[in-house]
Design a protein around this ligand. Structure first.
Ligand code: PNS
Length: 163
């Protein structure tokens, strides 16, 4: 059984992320989506909220599970016997950072491959930060985030902006 890990901060998960998770689920027997800490970012949503949003969005994909981990991605992969990490690439601007990460991860665990999946053209512009910005000003994010969590995300971000 070949297991892949889709890591990210998912703050919150977007339709672009979901597209990558769905496509990865067709390439591997099992996909674990893991919410990790990105030390360069401060999260808007709690870890529990981010995991919940992904669980709600991936309910219909049989071979996908969701987890969180407070540590190195490569340690998580080792614990779960994963053979690959799957990441989406939107544009050249993503490449340098993702390439560097993949090289560091290779140093940490040479057994794991990083597989990049090109983002679908319709999601090239999309990011979690765009979703947060639009929703915090009361804009409609339903076309950016998975349908089951759209209302919940909007409510939380609009409320947060009112404080
Ligand atoms: O969605 P993001 O923010 O681009 O995801 C980045 C993430 C969370 C995958 C990355 O920061 C990560 O792997 N964090 C866990 C710690 C780790 O293993 N870092 C890589 C070696 S420095």
């Amino acid at each position: 059984m070949k297991t892949a890990v889709c890591p990210g901060s998912f703050d919150p998960v977007t339709k672009g992320h979901l597209d990558i998770i769905r496509r990865a689920s067709k390439l591997f027997d099992r996909v674990i989506v893991v919410v990790l800490q990105n030390t360069a970012k401060t999260s808007t949503f709690s870890l529990q909220e981010r995991v919940h949003f992904i669980e709600e969005s991936t309910k219909d994909i049989e071979n996908v599970t969701v987890d969180s981990y407070d540590g190195l991605l490569m340690d998580f992969c080792r614990i779960h016997n994963a053979v690959a990490v799957v990441k989406g690439l939107r544009a050249v601007s993503d490449f340098e950072y993702e390439f560097q990460m993949s090289l560091i991860n290779k140093e940490l665990n040479p057994e794991i491959e990083t597989v990049f999946i090109n983002t679908a053209q319709e999601y090239m512009f999309l990011s979690s930060s765009v979703v947060r910005e639009v929703a915090s000003f009361g804009g409609d994010v339903s076309r950016f985030v998975p349908e089951p969590i759209s209302a919940e995300i909007t409510e939380k971000l609009v409320k947060g902006g009112e404080k």
